[in-house]
Design a protein around this ligand. Structure first.
Ligand SMILES: NC(=O)c1ccc[n+]([C@@H]2O[C@H](COP(=O)([O-])OP(=O)(O)OC[C@H]3O[C@@H](n4cnc5c(N)ncnc54)[C@H](OP(=O)(O)O)[C@@H]3O)[C@@H](O)[C@H]2O)c1
Length: 334
């Protein structure tokens, strides 16, 4: 791999793409050249990288000549069509969509958990589901110490997880409600302002949504733990940025709160914020914009043997997407 790679961001104008450009800059990733790609709608738009203007180009089949690393965040259909073309052109694709995550030939990587899997790539590396990545930052170190068997979890997912149009929808609906006007809907099936929607992604015959099953399916692959089980309810909440997850986890080995805290304090990419007496616990408003996730509300689960409850919060545009992708790119250069 070129030590100063030519990097492309596919979906550069989107909620994740913008964060990818910022993260490459903030982490001093040794970008030799940056190419920004999006749809025909965005051709000619100007974005800034390291103080220089970069003009957005249209994504085409010929976009990948000479590119070393392509960070994809333009949705599953674009990834399915263009990631194989990019890989064939000799570039390593780091894909944010769900298109290739469960493909056996594609590593699915959270660097704090399974960085070594990056080396097995055949041109495409997948970035995990955002809620799964954030949960695993707390769950995986506990698994290493106490062997997790299963979890029950509920997520509280921010609208920016659905992209730029959903951020606009929450802003617009808040204004409409406050002004006493009828609420208009484009992105979500119901009003999201001043509401919660127990519906993220499409429903499966089992009654779970696809998003809910990602925790078990992707969790097994990332942790190399085929017996891991997860029953999850994913909920969209009127928060702009950062997902929260309430987790009850059952372990094979006895676990104590003190033992868990010790493990979590040493976990990479994670801060323990857990002082309920002082009203200190992780909050999306505090975590938004941070690289590290936060865990708190750590307590014994009163309904399970060897059970622990915790509340983990992470900026899903960063740890769930842009930061994780750039960390994978950093692994490629090691
Ligand atoms: N948002 C999150 O927190 C998050 C977390 C993890 C993973 N992801 C995944 O990341 C991907 C992007 O999400 P997002 O939230 O950034 O969405 P978004 O804000 O809607 O952005 C979509 C991006 O894709 C581009 N695009 C759309 N159609 C295209 C086409 N035909 N050709 C080329 N580019 C096209 C858009 O370009 P234009 O501006 O030109 O339309 C825009 O840059 C999705 O696969 C999503 O599942 C998102």
């Amino acid at each position: 791999m070129n030590r100063n790679p030519h990097v492309a961001v596919v979906g550069a104008t989107g909620a994740v793409g913008i964060e990818m450009i910022l993260t490459l800059e903030k982490r001093n990733f040794p970008v030799g050249k940056l190419t920004l790609l999006a749809s025909a709608r965005s051709v000619g738009k100007h974005l800034t990288f390291r103080g220089q203007t970069v003009v957005v180009q249209e994504l085409t089949k010929d976009s990948f000549t000479g590119i070393d690393i392509a960070l994809f965040s333009a949705g599953g259909n674009i990834s399915k069509e263009f990631a194989p073309i990019a890989a064939k052109a000799g570039c390593v694709v780091i894909d944010n969509s769900s298109a290739f995550r469960m493909d056996d030939s594609v590593p699915l990587v959270v660097p704090e958990v399974n960085a070594a899997d990056v080396k097995n790539h055949q041109g495409i590396i997948a970035n995990p589901n955002c809620t799964t990545a954030i949960t695993l930052l707390a769950l995986y170190p506990l698994h290493q110490a106490f062997e997790v068997k299963r979890i029950f979890a509920s997520s509280y997912q921010a609208v920016s997880g659905t992209g730029a149009k959903a951020i606009e929808e929450l802003e617009r609906q808040v204004k409409e409600v406050v002004a006493g006007q009828p609420v208009t809907k484009e992105v979500y099936p119901h009003q999201i302002a001043f509401n919660v929607l127990p519906h993220v992604d499409s429903f499966l015959p089992s009654g779970y949504t696809k998003e809910e099953m990602k925790m078990e399916n992707e969790g097994r692959k990332i942790m190399h733990h085929p017996g891991f089980r997860a029953s999850v309810t994913c909920v969209r909440v009127p928060v702009y940025r950062a997902h929260s997850v309430a987790v009850s986890a059952e372990f094979a080995l006895p676990i104590t709160v003190e033992g868990a805290r010790k493990v979590l304090r040493n976990a990479p990419g994670l801060d323990v914020v857990d002082n309920p007496d002082a009203k200190e616990y992780p909050l999306p408003l505090h975590v938004a914009g941070n690289y590290n996730c936060q865990v708190g509300r750590i307590r014994k689960d009163c309904a399970m043997d060897n059970g622990l409850c915790f509340w983990v919060v992470g900026d899903q545009l960063l740890k769930g997407a842009a930061l994780n992708a750039v960390q994978i790119a950093e692994e490629l250069l090691k």
